[in-house]
Design a protein around this ligand. Structure first.
Ligand code: PGA
Length: 272
């Protein structure tokens, strides 16, 4: 893979710790999730950690994982959240309950939910309000499909997703650092990560949409822009660098604690 284009046209520089988000999807049992956080937690030394590392296990694993990571440097995220607090929503999980468990972050609008479970832009917008209202930091996922990229509609699609997600949201408060993960759908779980230069072009586009929505100050200071899609320990620093993406959303490579640990170490080295 060619080296990442380090300089981008955007003037955006965010002096903040990178965010590494492990999305475990429905891949691990409760026991496996516990074993993974224990193994990872034992290797991480908080004092040497430049990155913030968030693990997002399945809902059913959250309580057990919360217990273990309360004593270490890892932070807790959920993979989804309901758009309402309480009510007749069979199968949904309230933001109040996530908060009670100590969840700090929530992935919203992952393409698997959009594609396989019928989540619409409007639902994503409501979930963004739900999360921010209850003090959960959203990690909003946007990205085009292979077909959409083939006909050069990636910017149109991502712009639509962003507008819908932020339409009803009050301007983010200073230093809230909402995260937006650019995850081209065709790169997720395929082993075909986006070309770093193309991913950075989209990062600049997302930044410009945020400038148009909120102005330069908020766009520069209150958002982390992440990359996701076939990230590995080998390619992570093609994306996550002080003047590139501010973090990554990681599926497959976060399931193996040793690989994930070496990925975290590489990011650490890039930020010290
Ligand atoms: P992947 O998944 O790293 O396995 O491609 C990323 C994601 O779905 O967020």
């Amino acid at each position: 893979m060619p080296p990442a284009k380090r300089k981008s046209s955007s003037s955006q520089v965010v002096a903040t710790s990178p965010l590494l988000v492990a999305n475990w999807k429905m891949q691990l049992s409760i026991d496996q999730s516990l074993a993974a956080v224990k193994q990872l937690g034992a290797k991480l030394r908080p004092a040497q950690l430049a990155a913030r590392v968030i693990v997002c296990p399945s809902f059913t694993s959250l309580p057990a994982v919360a217990d273990v990571i309360a004593r270490g440097p890892l932070e807790l995220g959920a993979q989804d959240v309901a758009w309402d607090e309480r009510g007749a929503y069979t199968g949904e999980v309230s933001p109040l309950d996530l908060r009670e468990l100590g969840v700090g972050y929530v992935i919203i609008g992952h393409s698997e939910r959009r594609q396989l479970l019928g989540e619409t832009d409007a639902m994503v917008g409501r979930k963004m309000i739900s999360a921010t209202t209850h003090g959960l930091m959203p990690i909003l996922c946007v990205g085009e499909t292979a077909d959409e990229r083939r006909v050069n509609r990636q910017e149109m699609v991502v712009s639509r997703q962003l507008q819908a997600a932020f339409r009803s949201l009050p301007p983010p408060r200073a230093q809230r650092r909402l995260s937006i993960a650019y995850e081209p759908v065709w790169a997720i779980g395929t082993g075909q990560a986006a070309e770093p230069a193309a991913a950075l072009t989209m990062r600049d586009f997302i930044h410009q949409v945020l400038v148009d929505l909120y102005g330069e100050g908020l766009a520069d200071n209150n958002f982390r822009l992440l990359y996701g899609g076939s990230v590995t320990a080998d390619n992570i620093t093609d994306y996550v660098q002080p003047d590139a993406f501010h973090g990554a959303l990681i599926g497959g490579a976060s399931l193996k604690p040793l690989e994930f640990f070496s990925l975290i170490q590489r990011v650490n080295r890039a930020f010290v």
